[in-house]
Design a protein around this ligand. Structure first.
Ligand code: ZN
Length: 287
């Protein structure tokens, strides 16, 4: 859960790539292939998007095409002259073509894509004779960008084998969530609590950003993130503990916090020493 962007001076290629990497991390948490893209002009971020092909059920929803669309909307025109496209994975033919059509000045990518990369690997679309040829910079934070892909696919294989994923809370799952409150006694599977009064309805605990861990389609865990980045509640069904669900939910809280500009943390004054050790072990700051 390192906050990469703090390591780099603003306005550098590494800095903007670290923002794209955060989008990629967010994609991974939503079960999408982790690719993120950011459009920058004159050192300012114009748009920032992640891959959404699975959720959108649409092959065109690559990170780059969305970042280009959003930048066109933000700048009020189809020409993104003077803009730079930062993307964690080498653009495919569609995205390289979209960057050319949008007159992107420079494409900066992290990891090369031997199979589908169209900026030098499988083919080289920006180098083809056309009336607009973006410059290309390859390999910026290349190791991090490629690591996030390989760990996504290995975690996906293991989560798929276990049927585990993170989902945003929705009212459709309210009964499942209430059932989780029923089977998680304060002292047992409830790892961190809000300190709500005992007679407060469980739904009061859902204020903020609730996230669910689903195991084989059933709610097996819940985390609630508050504004400012505090993980206010984390619970895992007693029969599903020690399966990585808590860690997965904390990662989801960290990614959300990062996007909102918060520092994820948990309030140590409300934790048992076991719970405190747990959060330290999974790198969640205890304050
Ligand atoms: Zn693409």
């Amino acid at each position: 859960m390192s906050l990469d962007k703090n390591q780099y001076a603003q306005n550098t290629d590494q800095y903007f790539m670290s923002l794209a990497l955060n989008e990629a991390r967010d994609a991974a948490l939503h079960g999408e292939v982790p690719v993120g893209a950011v459009v920058v002009r004159a050192g300012k971020v114009i748009s920032s998007c992640r891959n959404r092909t699975v959720a959108g059920r649409n092959a065109l929803l690559h990170a780059e095409t969305q970042a280009i669309s959003e930048a066109c909307r933000a700048l009020g025109g189809w020409r993104l002259t003077g803009c730079e496209l930062y993307v964690t994975l080498e653009p495919c033919m569609m995205c390289a073509g979209a960057a050319i059509n949008a007159r992107i000045g420079r494409i900066v990518y992290g990891a090369a894509d031997e199979r589908f990369g169209a900026c030098g690997s499988m083919c080289d679309i920006p180098a083809m004779p056309s009336n607009h040829r973006p410059n290309v910079t390859a390999g910026v934070l290349g190791e991090e960008c490629s690591e996030i892909l390989s760990s996504f696919f290995s975690a996906l294989r293991s989560r798929k084998a276990r049927g585990l994923k993170v989902h945003r809370y929705s009212n459709a799952r309210r009964d499942d969530v209430l059932a989780l409150f029923d089977i998680c006694p304060e002292s047992g599977a409830l790892i961190a609590s809000l300190g709500l009064p005992a007679d407060a309805p469980p739904t009061a605990a859902l204020r903020g950003y609730p996230m669910l861990a689903l195991l084989d389609g059933r709610v097996a865990g819940l985390a609630v993130l508050h504004r400012g980045g505090k993980i206010a509640l984390l619970m895992v069904a007693p029969d599903r503990r020690r399966t990585g669900i808590g860690r997965l939910l904390c990662e989801a809280c960290a990614v959300k916090s990062e996007k909102m500009g918060w520092n994820v943390c948990v309030d140590g004054s409300k934790l048992s020493s076991d719970a405190e050790n747990y959060f330290r072990r999974i790198d969640v700051p205890v304050i």
